[in-house]
Design a protein around this ligand. Structure first.
Ligand code: PEP
Ligand code: MN
Length: 341
């Protein structure tokens, strides 16, 4: 339930509403607009419905939020879109950003070469996993804390903010020390403990859609983070599992305009993991940008043939600048600007 206060409602009236909301065991989420204050009463549906705040001092009107996700809904923000800002780089609204880098941090040389290449070409953020979710337990699992140190070195040299995955709540502290954006991978989308902890930590989050998750499940996962008071959540479409075996996953581009109708949160597309092969990455990226995505996260490697993982889908570092130029044009079609810092 959204409780829209009257223009000029007093602090005491707002506090009285908050008290009533909390008295029924719900959480009061206050957003202070330019003219009016809106209080989200988030909690058990029945209790919230029986608050009886119509006509209470300072209350203008009540708006029920019918979706199961509340803070994530576009309605909750009254159509105003969230813009996530990471060290001066904006994602969301009219701002398009590119996150690029290798799949995993595999060595100092590869990490620094990748970072220099994507910076030089004009990417806004640097990606690289130090903890890798692998299907086989015998595959390379990531360099862990040593990988995080290399990411820190890459940021130090290039100034690019770091996007890196957190898989296990036990690694929260070291990851938070280095990550500017904490990535929650497709396989962790419904790890509710992780979502809650990342919500409490307050760092921007890139939440990837589970391999078989519906958009509502993705938004409910985002709600876990938002509920803890962390508003900086970006959603990521990275391909879902379908019956089609010709590519790694099916990039669900329809998710982009549909999510825009449902939520105010920025929408990022990962063409690399959906495609599984390099030749598909550019057309999918251009389509995503033209469809209104707020950014892409894309794998780039200085020598994909030697990559420890996901080499076949990595763009070559030398083709990346040209790719970004085309991406910029596609983002412009959707009224967005690629920020060059
Ligand atoms: C990744 O981006 O490194 C990754 C493992 O992606 P996903 O969680 O989407 O499979
Ligand atoms: Mn990868």
């Amino acid at each position: 339930m959204m409780i829209v206060m009257k223009e000029g409602a007093t602090e005491a009236q707002i506090a009285a509403v908050v008290k009533r909301v909390e008295a029924v065991g719900a959480h009061a989420h206050i957003s202070q607009g330019e003219l009016v204050t809106v209080i989200g009463a988030i909690g058990d549906r029945e209790h919230v419905a029986n608050l009886g705040l119509e006509g209470a001092p300072g209350v203008d009107h009540l708006v029920p939020i019918l979706k199961p996700y509340k803070l994530a809904s576009l309605q909750y923000r009254r159509d105003e879109r969230t813009i996530v800002e990471v060290d001066g780089r904006k994602i969301g609204g009219d701002h398009f950003a590119t996150i690029a880098g290798p799949c995993t941090v595999e060595s100092r040389e590869v990490m620094l070469d990748s970072a220099r290449a994507v910076k030089e070409a004009g990417a806004q953020l640097l990606r690289g996993g130090a903890y890798k979710p692998r299907t086989s337990p015998y595959s390379f699992q990531g360099l862990g804390e040593a990988g995080l140190r290399l990411l820190a070195e890459a940021r130090e040299e290039t100034g690019l903010p770091i996007v890196t995955e957190l898989m296990d709540v036990r690694d929260l502290e070291p990851v938070l020390e280095v990550a500017d954006v904490v990535q929650l991978g497709a396989r962790s989308m419904q790890n509710y403990t992780l979502l809650t902890e990342v919500g409490r930590a307050g760092k921007p989050v890139l939440l990837k859609r589970g391999l078989s998750a519906t958009l509502e499940e993705l938004l409910m996962a985002a709600e876990y983070v938002l509920k803890e008071g962390n508003p900086n959540v970006m959603l990521c479409e990275r391909g879902i599992r379908t019956y089609e075996p010709s590519y790694r996953f099916t990039l669900d581009l329809m998710a982009v305009p549909v999510l825009r109708e449902l939520t105010h949160l920025p929408i990022v597309v990962d063409p690399s993991h959906a495609a599984g092969r390099r030749s598909l990455v550019e057309p999918l990226s251009l389509a995503a940008a033209a469809a209104g995505a707020d950014g892409v996260i894309v794998e780039v490697h200085p020598c994909p043939e030697e990559a420890v993982c996901d080499g076949p889908q990595a763009l070559r570092a030398e083709q990346f600048a040209e790719y970004l130029r085309k991406l910029e044009a596609a983002a412009e079609l959707a009224g967005k600007q690629l920020e060059v810092v």
